[in-house]
Design a protein around this ligand. Structure first.
Ligand code: GLU
Length: 469
């Protein structure tokens, strides 16, 4: 059987980064086995649906290069006829029936069980005489459990699992509004889409016994179950939430994270290749990703690690490719392509995210001098104005003598200046750095001065000399 996996998000808003981890695992399982990765939009919960959320899903997966193979994305809402057809089989076989109770009656029965300290099982209230169900009559359709024995199944990650009959109940297949539940629709869809592996989170394990009985009733062989581990926030044992910094993929993209880094980070949430390697491209993963190395234990979402991986990828991509990704991250003053490329080249060693490029205005426009940045700097605050002027004047005179302005010559000259002035690098170089940039951070000084160029460097030094009184 061909390997076919699917990503089946509900269109309820942004694509949360944890959801993309599921998509990535499903994608990799398919691609590793030369199979297909399909996309299905589970849009049968109209209350939770957000307009345009499907487009966000397409854009996010496309941006990450998680290309799905079905040209026509499957929407569950377009498949009501299929669910009704399968429902009819169950009704005919006496394995599903119209729920006669109102929502209030069910709530009351549930409350009664709870008061008696018993878990609520709908099937214990199943009416003697079952009502026939017809689509469109406004009644929900329930599955009739008939085989109340222990259920056994296999999960490719969790191993052999089983659950007692107390977990089996007459669950809803089609709601009163005529739309199917997830519990029913996904089983029909996975079968008709020829899905070989269901890749999903562990929140579905508790319902799986019920699913197994439904597969049996429908005479469908279930796909393989691949349960991916939960993602926990770094602090506390709770499931990842927005508060842990878990944002949508779009947020991370806007914050200057590379898609390579996001995928690389996500794949390590519950998988490793049995080595200490940490940096993987999507192409490499497609060759090596292995279900047997998906772990059972929950993974920890550590944003610092994401940041580190992002830095690794910023340095790993070819410069021209990286440059293409920087669009939208430059300050408005940055217009000149050649300067931008040179700035990127000297900055990339220290870049954590592309958004750090927003702080490079001083390469493109003279900064507004803020002398307090010099006078309050921890290495400079004790120098006093006369000494500051003197150091800057010496620097100006010495740099002005450089005939061939390049990073190597600048480095040599700056080191000579340390000797002639007798200052420590932290002092002299902080002073020069601040005088030409008035920015809290900048690349290594010889590179910075090289890209600024001779005229700009000398002009800025002079203007600070004139200002310090
Ligand atoms: N729509 C379900 C969800 O978003 C899909 C679960 C599944 O993959 O079967 O959680």
């Amino acid at each position: 059987m061909k390997t076919r996996t699917r990503f089946a998000p509900s269109p309820t808003g942004q694509l949360h980064i944890g959801g993309v981890r599921t998509a990535l695992f499903a994608y990799l399982i398919a691609k590793r086995n030369k199979g297909d990765f399909l996309l299905r939009i589970e849009d049968t919960d109209k209350k939770r649906e957000v307009k345009g959320a499907d487009q966000v899903i397409f854009d996010t997966l496309s941006w990450l290069d998680l290309q799905w193979d079905n040209q026509e994305v499957v929407y569950q809402s377009a498949r009501i006829d299929r669910y009704n057809a399968w429902a009819k089989k169950l009704v005919t076989a006496g394995l599903a029936y119209a729920d006669p109770y109102t929502a209030e009656e069910i709530t009351a029965m549930r409350a009664e069980s709870e008061a008696a300290g018993k878990p609520f099982l709908y099937r214990e209230h199943r009416p003697e005489k079952l009502e026939k169900w017809q689509p469109g009559e406004g009644k929900s359709l329930r599955f009739k459990q008939t085989n109340l024995h222990r259920v056994h199944w296999h999960d490719d990650v969790r191993g052999d699992l089983s659950a007692g009959p107390e977990n089996l109940d007459d669950f809803v297949l089609i709601k009163a509004d005529g739309l199917p539940t997830y519990n029913f629709a996904h089983i029909v869809d996975d079968y008709e889409m020829k899905i070989s592996h269901i890749v999903r989170g562990q929140e579905f394990i508790s319902s799986t016994p019920n699913f197994i009985r439904l597969y049996e009733a429908l005479k469908i062989t279930p796909p393989r179950f691949v349960t991916v581990p939960s993602i926990l926030g770094l602090t506390g044992g709770k499931k990842l939430s927005k508060r842990d910094g878990a944002k949508s993929v779009e947020d991370y993209r806007n914050d200057g994270y590379l898609k390579e880094a996001i995928l690389n980070f996500l794949v390590l949430l519950g998988w490793n290749d049995n080595s200490t390697d940490e940096i993987f491209s999507l192409a490499e993963l497609t060759d090596i990703f292995d279900i047997t190395r998906i772990q059972k234990a929950s993974a920890r979402f550590d944003e610092k690690r994401l940041l580190w991986i992002n830095g690794q990828w910023i340095r790993k991509l070819p410069l021209d490719e990286l440059y293409k990704r920087t669009e939208g991250f430059w300050p408005t003053e940055a217009q000149d392509e050649i300067t931008k490329k040179r700035v990127l080249e000297i900055m990339r060693e220290r870049l954590k995210t592309l958004a750090d490029l927003r702080e490079t205005t001083y390469f493109f426009k003279d900064p507004t001098p803020d002398l307090s940045m010099i006078t309050s700097n921890k290495f400079l605050k004790d120098l006093g104005p006369a000494r500051i002027r003197e150091l800057l004047q010496t620097t100006h005179t010495t740099l002005a003598e450089i005939t061939d302005w390049n990073a190597d010559n600048l480095r040599t000259t700056l080191n000579l200046l340390l000797e002639t002035t007798g200052e420590k690098p932290a002092t002299l170089f902080s002073l020069i750095r601040l005088s030409v940039s008035f920015a809290p951070f900048s690349p290594e000084l010889p590179f910075t001065l090289d890209v600024l160029g001779r005229d700009t460097t000398l002009r800025r030094l002079q203007s600070v000399i004139n200002m310090v009184k």
